[in-house]
Ligand binder design. Structure first.
Ligand code: NAG
Length: 399
């Protein structure tokens, strides 16, 4: 009886397997077959979109190849849904150069956008070169609240089950990579580079997304290495090397109406070097609504010459002045800083500046060892918060 049962298991498992394999077909598409010239001069956007259209319409396991070579690309949308695709791999070995003619980007256009795709894999070692240096002088956002936003280099909109690995982004015009409304996203071995003075070149911006993991990635840029906007949950960042840049930020939050909450965030095993902030939570005053950012853990993080290694700032104002009639309405709670060590280039190594309207709740610091690089001992500064402390505390806790 037992033997028969085992036999039947073996039989049916292998038949099942054979059937799945038989039912999947494999398809390869190549942008060169759709007219891409790869000479770095002729605009290859149309060829890319034609190749994508064919790949997206295929049935089975699909690969879209972008072979080595330099491709000049204008604003390009890779849109789904790709209904009969089992998985779609974009094997990008090529070097993509963004057009520098800003008139080609209609308002709101980004450079390369992937939208409404399930099971997308973007890999291959290729580079997205935003050629941002030409447009950075046109970016007025660091000083003007009502500025025109430049195109993001690579944007993922409402994708699910996405894997991005072994991809480089260079000199984006605005953000390098942005995720909006994505579900289950894995980013691995992503390399992001722009000069430290390039404006708003956030490395990876995450918004309205759930289940995002970014690991083993190297980010050096002019703004936040990673910024986590509103309405995000289950975000894990691990093995991130950040610098130069403004550090890893939650926020800014509380600027707009109807912002959703941020919850379930872990940032760990990472290094920040030469950045203006380490781990930062920033929220605006005068928030038009209320929202929450809760359950956030920062652990095993090394700071090398960071100006503000640990900072909560609920009076965030990037301009010379901001209206401050009302305190920030963003509720911050259940925040854990564990094993954060290294050096601060300013004497105030820990800043917990919470809202007088909604003081921070359940803020915990455990084993913090941050030394000021100068002669003085490092200090901490606190407002509207009673944090809990355990283990090593350098600087000493606020009183
Ligand atoms: C806090 O977030 C972590 C990571 O997303 C999650 O595993 C955990 O369940 C959350 N805890 C609570 C109390 O929600």
């Amino acid at each position: 009886m037992k033997l028969l049962f085992l036999l039947s298991l073996v039989c049916c498992y292998s038949i099942g397997n054979a059937e799945t394999q038989k039912s999947l077909s494999y398809w390869n598409f190549n942008v060169l077959d759709y007219g891409a010239r790869a000479n770095g001069i002729t605009d290859d956007s149309k060829a890319f979109m034609a190749a994508w259209k064919a790949a997206c319409a295929a049935v089975g396991v699909v690969k879209l190849h972008i072979p080595a070579g330099t491709y000049l690309i204008g604003p390009t949308k890779f849109a789904g849904p790709c209904k009969n695709v089992h998985s779609l791999t974009v094997n990008m070995k090529g070097y993509l150069k963004a057009t520098t003619d800003l008139s080609q980007y209609v308002t709101g256009d980004d450079w390369v956008e992937f939208a409404w795709v399930d099971k997308l894999i973007l890999t291959g070692g290729g580079t997205f070169d935003g050629q941002g240096a030409v447009s950075w002088p046109y970016n007025k956002c660091p000083t003007n609240k009502h500025c025109k936003v430049l195109p993001t280099s690579v944007k993922f909109v409402a994708t699910s089950n996405t894997l991005v690995q072994n991809i480089k982004s260079l000199n984006s015009k605005f953000f390098h990579i942005a995720l909006v409304g994505c579900k289950n996203f894995w980013g691995k071995n992503i390399q992001i580079t722009a000069p430290s003075n390039s404006p708003n070149t956030d490395g990876i911006h995450i918004e309205r997304s759930t289940g995002v993991t970014i690991y083993n990635s190297v980010i050096g840029t002019g703004d936040d290495c990673i910024s986590i906007g509103h309405s995000n949950s289950e975000i894990l960042l691990s093995g991130i090397s950040c610098g130069p840049g403004h550090g890893i930020s939650i926020g800014s939050l509380g600027r707009y109406h109807n912002e959703g909450d941020v919850r379930g965030l872990v940032i760990k095993d990472s290094t920040l070097a030469g950045t203006s902030n380490g781990v930062r939570i920033k929220t605006w005053e005068n928030s038009p609504g209320t929202s929450k950012a809760v359950n956030m853990t920062f652990e095993n993080i090394v700071m090398n010459s960071v100006a503000n290694p640990i900072i909560i700032d609920q009076m965030y104002c990037p301009y010379s002045s901001c209206a401050s009639d009302a305190p920030s309405g963003v509720i911050l709670s259940d925040i854990f800083f564990r094993n954060i060590r290294g050096t601060s280039t300013t004497p105030v190594a820990v800043t917990l500046r919470c809202s007088r309207g909604v003081p921070c709740k359940n803020v915990n610091l455990q084993d913090v060892n941050l030394k000021y690089v100068g002669q003085l001992p490092a200090t901490a500064s606190c407002m509207n918060v009673k944090a809990s402390y355990s283990g090593t505390q350098i600087p000493p806790p606020c009183r």
